[in-house]
Write a protein that binds this ligand. Sequence first.
Ligand SMILES: [Zn+2]
Length: 433
Amino acid sequence: MNRGMWKLFNLCVFLILNLNADSSFEFELIKKGQENNNTLLVVGGIQGDEPGGFMAASILSTHYEIKKGSLWVVPNLNFYSIIQRGRGVYGDMNRKFKYLPQDDPEYTIVERIKHHINEPQVKIVVNLHDGSGYYRTKYIDALHSPDRWGQCSIIDQAYLENHQYGDLESISAQVVEHVNQNLIRVEDRYGVRNTQTREGNAEMEKTLTYYAINQGKAAFGNEASKSLPTHERVYYHLLALEKYMQIAGIEFERKFSLTPRGVYGAINNDIYISLYDDRIRLPLSQVRDVLSFVPLKKDAELQFKGSNPLLTMYKDDNCYLIQYGNRRLARIKPEHMEYDDISAKVLFEIDGKERFVEFGEIVDVKKSFIAKDEENFRINVIGYSTSAPKESGVEIQRQQILKRYSVDKEGKVYRVEYYNQNRFCGMVLVKFI
Ligand SMILES: [Zn+2]
């Protein structure tokens, strides 16, 4: 490659990167409970390759009901890096809080989170991380040493003057004690790590928590170890967060049991994405790597809603990708078509019983189903043997549908699509149980 071509190549790379830095990857601020002047702000995903932290923040936003007090959650601060599975696509965001030139691609993100940290309601800020190894006050081996960041509660200094939560060291110690009462294994034990940033820690001076401290907020870092599987990191983060909530007087109800197994289920079960206001609803826990001929609206913006803030769907060449945090769940090959505005319930006979079903519903079937309503719609059961004379009004069993057309990897979930002539109306899924 000669110099001119090399320049051109670099320019193209630059353009592609900028095109991808899309506004659809902006972070969310989720406000829970009743807003008051005693708000706890939890931040996850400042670095894109630390899923323990951002998954914990996401679960906090979806699986906790706040009964008393005010909780704000940012589950996906550096959403673009999360999607790209990188620590920081534009450099380490957690070094951008002391000084940042206006032309930095993340300038507006950093300004936005600074604004929320500064809001007068916010009293405590907790920033979630996954760090390497296990922090220990004395050197034991390369993985367990004072240089490691995993499994600790981090403060920049022991005290913050004139603040109701200003005894940072004691709060950090309470969190550590609570976590240590619930360890999966002894090796996982937490410690308090004071980075003494004010004494001249040039790296820590650039972080989000130190910025918050200088705005008069009680700020803490919480680290789980990268040596642990994601769900165990999330478990430890949630233990710490529950203690912070207790300290801040926030009362909650949790929708799962706080055990490693319970956390695993909360992360992986019952996740879905809904398209065009539930015309299509795809369960994602066991979704196939590729789904073909999915009817998407022609010449219109993609409309989707995920069951949690780490789910997103975006265009990639001629396909769409569904991504959950760092994980690529599925590639959607679209069939672009006109949509019909009709909103109707459709009639099914399921295991001999008639029932109306809404678009976007998933219907459990033991043995067989009949998609009725053939007077009102053209009905297409995806994967049903094409040699059959018609696919509506006939009783269909699982073995009559080709397994490779299932939505899920196990071959249990199939698509029933409704059309008005060539316009798509909606989709129902049947799940053989
Ligand atoms: Zn980190």
